[in-house]
Design a protein around this ligand. Structure first.
Ligand code: ATP
Length: 418
């Protein structure tokens, strides 16, 4: 396929009407303000890949903050400045955020390996980006609207499904790019070229210099993509897990566990929040190499910590696989987090996983028919045995044996007050 030089048609065809009309507005302002303005980043790449993306990122040759002000004057909305970075967001009256960056940033450090050629300011901006496929821009000024700027031939790499860094120090400059590379590999079914992969391997030890917070942010994004088991496997090959004390040999078992977890989510659609799933996948290699304690460095929330504690306790629990009624699970699992339960049953591949799922679904909105106060009102003497009675009641409710307050009171008299 010959190189595409102008993407105006593709933009009209693929982008939502609202995005196109916004880009036309931006184009008009660029002309009035006499500034060179470009659309940049993921949206350009996704136009080639024919994948939906309406995330508008703008680069201006000149002052981005000024340009955002121009947009506000022309079309309303407001401007949020991030002066230290020389960037601004124009908040469109519809509430949409549009990031505007300045390409000419005198105080911005030049990348260490920038070659001695004169680059235009736009190319300099592009050169600071991660991969060739993400370093393409489209002109938005009216006379050149849709013209492609592709100094690193990202178009060819898109065609050959290749992730390629722009220079040899890229991963040293920013090791999170390795994780981004893996994300794009799995998402698009691409591969790093040989050079990029060997740079990734050589820079992997740098991963340990990153804050837990940055790693966690990338993990959240990585494990939201299509193929968590594949991602885990790939990260073993690139020695990511090994940097954090996970054993080489646990790759295969981690892959299997992740596959079972993924299948569990797909088949049973458990109620637990989608948001927490990444942590489950992230934990697998640590669990498999029996080094869950190493996870604590990444448990940034109370919930993560509870999950780790739960996993530790659940590993020692016996008898769960014999349970046949949702309510009976409650006796074992009442105090455990959904995600920890799912983590363990997916690993065990248990026969009764259907029943566990229905337990998880029912316990979310389990009605409370009686409290300790009610028991006293019914004439019982308060004491530690209340706890057992109320648990029995919950079990019966979860099993569908009790469906109203009246039935609960009747059950109480029948079973505990004779
Ligand atoms: P997604 O669809 O996941 O949002 P994206 O490519 O739009 O993918 P973003 O994280 O939103 O990814 O980043 C937008 C652009 O900013 C990228 O296309 C890339 O050019 C640049 N970028 C983001 N992170 C980095 C980084 N760590 N190093 C260099 N460039 C980056």
């Amino acid at each position: 396929r010959p190189d595409i030089k102008n993407l105006k048609e593709e933009m009209e065809k693929q982008l939502p009407e609202s995005t196109n009309s916004l880009l036309t507005d931006i184009s008009r302002t660029a002309e009035r303000a006499d500034m060179r303005v470009y659309l940049i980043g993921g949206i350009v790449r996704d136009l080639f890949l024919e994948r939906p993306n309406d995330d508008i990122d703008i680069v201006v040759e000149g002052n981005g903050i000024d340009f955002a002000e121009h947009l506000r004057t022309d079309y309303g909305g407001s401007v949020k400045m991030h002066e230290t970075f020389g960037t601004a967001s124009w908040i469109h009256p519809s509430g949409l955020y549009i990031d505007v960056t300045s390409a000419r940033l005198e105080y911005y450090e030049r990348p260490a390996s920038l070659p001695d050629v004169e680059l235009s300011t736009l190319s300099e901006d592009l050169y600071r980006r991660d991969f060739t496929i993400n370093s393409m821009a489209l002109c938005l000024n009216p006379e050149v609207f849709g013209d492609l700027v592709d100094p690193f031939n990202g178009q060819a790499d898109l065609r050959s499904k290749t992730i390629k860094v722009l220079h040899n120090l890229s991963f040293i400059d920013d090791p999170t790019r390795i994780l981004r590379a893996v994300r794009f590999e799995t998402r698009f079914d691409f591969l790093m070229d040989k050079q990029t992969e060997s740079l990734a391997l050589n820079s992997m030890a740098r991963m340990r210099d990153l804050s837990a917070h940055r790693i966690v942010e990338e993990m959240k994004r990585l494990f939201k993509d299509e193929d968590p088991p594949g991602t885990i496997k790939r990260l073993f090959k690139l020695t990511f897990w090994q940097q954090f004390g996970v054993d080489d040999g646990s790759a295969e078992q981690s892959y299997i566990h992740a596959g079972q977890l993924k299948m569990f989510y797909e088949i049973h659609k458990p109620p637990a929040g989608q948001k927490a799933r990444w942590f489950n996948y992230f934990a697998i290699p640590f669990f498999t190499s029996k080094k869950m304690y190493l996870m604590s460095q990444f448990s940034l929330t109370k919930r993560n910590n509870k999950f780790l504690q739960d996993i530790r306790n659940l590993s020692d629990m016996e008898g769960v696989e014999r349970i046949r009624e949702p309510g009976e699970f409650h006796r074992f699992l009442k105090h455990y987090e959904d995600e920890a339960i799912i983590f363990m049953i997916a690993k065990e591949n248990m026969e009764n996983e259907d029943i566990i799922t229905s337990y998880l679904k029912r316990r979310i909105d389990m009605p409370i028919f009686l409290t300790g106060e009610d028991l006293i009102r019914e004439g019982m003497k308060p004491g530690p045995h209340f706890r057992g009675i109320l648990l029995d009641l919950e079990v019966a409710v979860l099993n569908g044996e009790i469906n109203s307050r009246d039935e609960a009171v009747e059950w109480l008299h029948e079973n505990h007050m004779k």
